[in-house]
Design a protein around this ligand. Structure first.
Ligand SMILES: Cc1ncc(C[n+]2csc(CCOP(=O)(O)OP(=O)(O)O)c2C)c(N)n1
Ligand code: SF4
Length: 314
């Protein structure tokens, strides 16, 4: 049983995702990995479907993990995790090994969790394997050149949704809501939550709650990517915070079938505060931003988050 961490000062000092990888400066997913590994601790096995958190973390013969880690194909993180979970349960049951069942964690990008790898993730959650499935969401297929993924927001520039004279708004499909999709179709899931790297204590405690659940859990973590979203590397945390403060990213958990908002912005900011800070939205016109605002307002109403704070009048 992993206890809740009461404050950042009381977070474990040990690192299980160590320096020495080759991610970009300010990489959000790398910070997510570090926090997840810290919260989970030494009795952990990571499964890493192909993506930046595999490719940029491994050079020949070495990687930054101080705990066991295995590469899975982008298509099959859930399947490899299921195999490890089932094998470990059997080995313990047959007395071939003693000790505690490990934390089995799949760390998949949004491509590996919500798109190319969705069938495998869904299968694992549906069958009820005892593991935590994490989607670190940088809202793109970053590793292969910032292509669109189902979680890329409407209006974002990617190499597959370039904005130009014919399609001025960039991406023209609203983003997929994967936590909702997982919640709706997977009765065995014991815990479902969203988190953000900008709220590390909340993130680490959600990792622990997911691991404490006996059975499958799903955690979807917002992870800004300076390279793909085109902002300066020292602004990663600020982008994470602004996403939550504008309602572009919503923080909640579902446990025992009960939905709970875990963070509500005190005064929700207009989405302009978020989109105008990133190069991937540079081409958007005021009417496009208004369209995003309406979409986000509706999502916030659904989640029980208060209305946007009107801009200050002179
Ligand atoms: C079946 C298959 N299709 C495509 C690829 C190429 N590929 C490797 S990594 C990657 C992007 C992964 O994106 P995501 O899961 O979002 O992780 P990120 O790179 O953003 O960390 C792709 C498309 C592949 N390895 N396997
Ligand atoms: S492209 Fe984005 S996700 Fe990939 S290593 Fe760079 S900052 Fe991290």
């Amino acid at each position: 049983m992993l206890e809740d961490i009461r404050s950042l000062a009381k977070a474990p000092k040990e690192e299980y995702y160590a320096p020495g990888h080759r991610t970009c400066a300010g990489c959000g997913p790398a910070l997510v990995y570090r926090l997840v590994a810290k919260a989970a601790g030494p009795n952990t096995i990571f499964i890493g479907p192909t993506g930046c958190m595999y490719v940029a973390n491994t050079s020949y013969g070495c990687g930054p993990w101080k705990v066991p880690w295995i590469h899975a194909q982008i298509t099959n993180g859930g399947g490899v995790g299921s195999g490890i979970a089932a094998a470990y349960k059997a080995i313990l049951r047959k007395g071939k090994k003693t000790g505690e069942y490990p934390n089995v964690i799949v760390m998949a990008g949004d491509g590996g969790a919500t798109d190319i790898g969705l069938t495998s993730i869904s299968g694992a959650a549906y069958r009820g394997h005892d593991m935590l499935i994490i989607c670190y969401d940088n809202e793109s297929y970053a590793n292969t050149g910032i292509q669109t993924s189902p979680t890329t927001p409407w209006g974002a520039w990617t190499t597959f949704t370039p904005a130009g004279p014919v399609i001025p708004e960039g991406k023209r499909i609203w983003q997929k809501d994967n936590p909702k999709l997982m919640a709706a179709g997977h009765p065995a899931l014991k815990f479902i939550a969203t988190a953000s790297l900008a709220y590390p204590l909340d993130l680490m405690n959600k990792v622990r709650r997911g691991l404490n659940a006996t059975g499958p859990a799903y955690l979807h973590i917002h992870a800004p990517c300076p390279k793909g979203w085109m902002f300066a590397p020292d602004l990663t945390l600020e982008m994470g915070r602004l996403a939550v403060q504008t309602g572009m990213w919503q923080m909640y958990e579902v446990s025992g079938g009960r939905f709970k908002l875990t963070l509500e912005p005190e005064k929700r900011l207009p989405v302009t505060e978020y989109v105008t800070r990133q190069g991937r939205f540079r081409h958007l016109k005021p009417e496009h931003i208004e369209k995003i605002q309406q979409f986000i307002d509706a999502k916030c109403v659904e989640a029980g988050i208060k209305a946007v704070t009107p801009p200050a009048t002179a």
